[in-house]
Structures are given as C-alpha cells and as structure tokens.
Design a protein around this ligand. Structure first.
Ligand code: SF4
Ligand code: SF4
Length: 95
C-alpha cells in the first residue's frame, strides 16, 4: 500500500528556512530540489522546494505531519491498491 504524500508548496516554508520534515523522517523520503534550473546561473535559494521523492519508503509514522509548523504535509493511502489487495485476499480465502 503506497501512501500519497503531498507537500503544499504554497504554505511550506522551504527546505532552507525550515526543513524539519527532512530532518525527522526516518526513511529519508523528502528531498529538496530547485523549481527551475538556470543555465550558467546559480539557483536562488528561495526557489528550492521540498518534494516527497521516495514515498515508496514511507512507513506512515506521521512524524513529518506532526512536526510541520504550517501543516503543509498530507498523507493519504492509496485506496485503489488497498481495494486490490482486499480482493486478492478474498480470492485466496475462497480458493
Ligand atoms: S510518515 Fe514517517 S516515514 Fe513517511 S514521510 Fe512522514 S516521517 Fe517519513
Ligand atoms: S516541515 Fe513543513 S514547512 Fe517545513 S520544510 Fe517540511 S513541509 Fe515545509
């Protein structure tokens, strides 16, 4: 069951000003990256954002959600995958 982790970049304080989610996550799910890469020009630090890149490693401990000072992170489980799994189990039980 893969969780869907969303970072609301309109409220997130950014990896340089905050970065608490990156520090607390035990599975290193979050990365910081630029929104745009300029040729021959350094990216402005304010143009860096937090992304949930390695969401497949998430153990849904909720530490990131609890630590975020502006509630910018939401975690939802993939219901489709859960339904498919339930179907699989039901089939196994029936056979
Ligand atoms: S729920 Fe836990 S493992 Fe998942 S991204 Fe947040 S801190 Fe990391
Ligand atoms: S803890 Fe929240 S505000 Fe801070 S970098 Fe992570 S998502 Fe942004």
């Amino acid at each position: 069951m893969l969780p869907k982790i969303t970072v609301d970049n309109s409220t997130c304080l950014g990896p340089i000003s905050c970065g608490q989610c990156m520090k607390i996550c035990p599975m290193t799910v979050f990365i910081a990256g630029p929104t745009k890469v300029w040729k021959f020009r350094e990216t402005d630090p304010k143009d860096f954002r937090v992304y949930a890149r390695y969401y497949d490693q998430c153990v849904t401990c909720n530490k990131c959600v609890e630590t975020c000072p502006v509630s910018a992170i939401t975690i939802a489980t993939n219901e489709k995958t859960e339904a498919a799994l339930a179907e699989e189990i039901a089939e196994e039980v029936a056979s």
